[in-house]
Write a protein that binds this ligand. Structure first.
Ligand code: GLY
Length: 415
């Protein structure tokens, strides 16, 4: 089958790489793609609007579309592609509100009894300021809209909380969600969803701040370990008390959820609670999780679209996987662009997924914040981390930022 992937980041590189191993896939297109993806798929430039993607799907007679990133989903590309008769893997515009509108998403969790942090939503800056001024610290201040993983501040001081509120309300029609700070291990559970059933992928853990020790500004994610150890009891709660309830609620409310549901969770002393839902694969979680997928991603996606997903269709290797992100100097502020990148050869079980990269003549250069996601697998997490760090250290990338403590929260050490 001919598959079109929408996006051009490291997550989409991992999706394309996984499709390139899928027996049912004969041809892969990607829009806009990136230089790394171009080694595996035909990259086609163009806007990611519902109308443009429908024209592209028609011109290329694709059999399946997989949408990687959140913005086209929130714009309704799945609605448009489905209406035009193309199997399109991802949530509709209404279902993508689980990520795109955090005020709505929190209300959905409350009305369906999904465990999450206590919160208040605000559409007025002064009310939000008054609330954070009277609330004990730390406190979590979130932009209710899409901010590429960077609209969240964990405020440890009143001034930090107030600055975060003012930054959110510096644009028109903003809304803020202010939440209690939850403690525990943070874990991501991605699930393939067919509108009724949710089939979990192995849990993973992202590292979201720029600096080691979980300090500094939030980023899109600086490194991942997979699988993250979660007890059977907690996994059962995630499946039955969170994912199944979310899918039932979405279906009952007339917006069945198809695609990948990203449950960002805190494993608290009271059990797993939802930090956030996202409406797509995580980035860089996908780069750690998908290399472990042993079954055919295109067949899984088609089964989801048709409402026929079977748990037996989704098989993962028992190996461990680690991702180390190399980011440009200046990220997550203003990243330096045009830095030459020299990539070492990769061995079996290793990948260098590209995100913010571009070609300048024959030279690969940096063109964004998170530039590369270096991934390796092995029989143990420590061995996977060792392989990933050795490969990351071999990359030529002057001034690259890299966290040296990925996996450290659970005592994992590169070996
Ligand atoms: N890694 C965080 C996210 O994908 O939102």
């Amino acid at each position: 089958m001919k598959v079109l992937v929408v996006g051009g980041g490291g997550r989409e590189h991992a999706i394309v790489e996984t499709l390139s191993r899928a027996p049912s896939v004969s041809e892969i297109l990607c829009t806009p793609g990136n230089p790394g993806i171009a080694a595996l798929a035909l990259c086609l430039p163009g806007p990611q609007t519902p109308a443009a993607l429908t024209v592209l799907a028609r011109q290329e007679s694709v059999d399946l579309v997989i949408v990687g990133s959140e913005a086209p989903l929130a714009d309704g590309v799945i609605n448009a592609l489905t209406a035009a008769g193309f199997p399109a893997f991802g949530p509709t515009q209404a279902a993508a509100r689980l990520e795109g509108d955090k005020t709505w998403s929190k209300a959905f969790m409350l009305r369906n009894g999904i465990p999450t942090a206590d919160h208040r939503s605000f559409a007025d800056v002064d009310e939000a300021l008054a609330y954070v001024q009277s609330h004990p610290l730390p406190i979590v201040v979130k932009d209710a809209g899409l901010r590429a993983g960077k609209g969240v501040t964990i405020a440890h001081s009143q001034a930090e909380a107030e600055d975060a509120v003012r930054a959110i309300f510096s644009v028109p029609d903003a809304q803020a969600v202010v939440e209690e700070f939850m403690t525990g291990q943070e874990v991501t559970v991605l699930a393939f969803c067919d509108g009724v059933r949710a089939v979990m992928m192995p849990p993973s853990q992202d590292h979201k701040t720029i600096f080691a020790g979980d300090v500094g500004p939030m980023t899109g994610g600086m490194g991942v370990i997979c699988p993250f150890p979660v007890s059977d009891a907690d996994l059962q709660t995630v499946q039955q008390g969170i994912l199944d309830v979310a899918l039932r609620g979405m279906a009952q409310e007339g917006t069945p959820y198809i695609g990948v549901l990203y449950a960002g969770l805190m494993l608290t002393s009271e059990g797993p609670k939802v930090v956030e839902f996202n409406a797509r694969f995580g980035d860089p979680e996908a780069q750690a999780v998908l290399p472990l997928l042993d079954s055919d991603l295109a067949q899984i996606a088609l089964a989801c679209v048709r409402g026929e997903l079977l748990a037996e269709q989704v098989r993962f290797s028992p190996d461990a996987s680690a991702v180390i992100v190399l980011a440009a100097p200046g990220y997550p502020g203003d990243p330096e662009k045009g830095i030459p990148l020299n990539l070492p050869p990769t061995g079996e079980g290793e990948h260098i997924f590209q995100a913010g990269t571009a070609m300048q003549g024959n030279q690969l250069v940096s063109s964004g914040g998170r530039v590369l996601a270096v991934q390796a697998r092995a029989a143990s997490l420590n061995a996977a981390l060792g392989r990933a760090y050795r490969l990351a250290d071999a990359v030529g990338f002057a001034g690259a930022q890299m966290r040296r403590d990925i996996g450290g929260r659970i005592g994992a050490r590169p070996e």
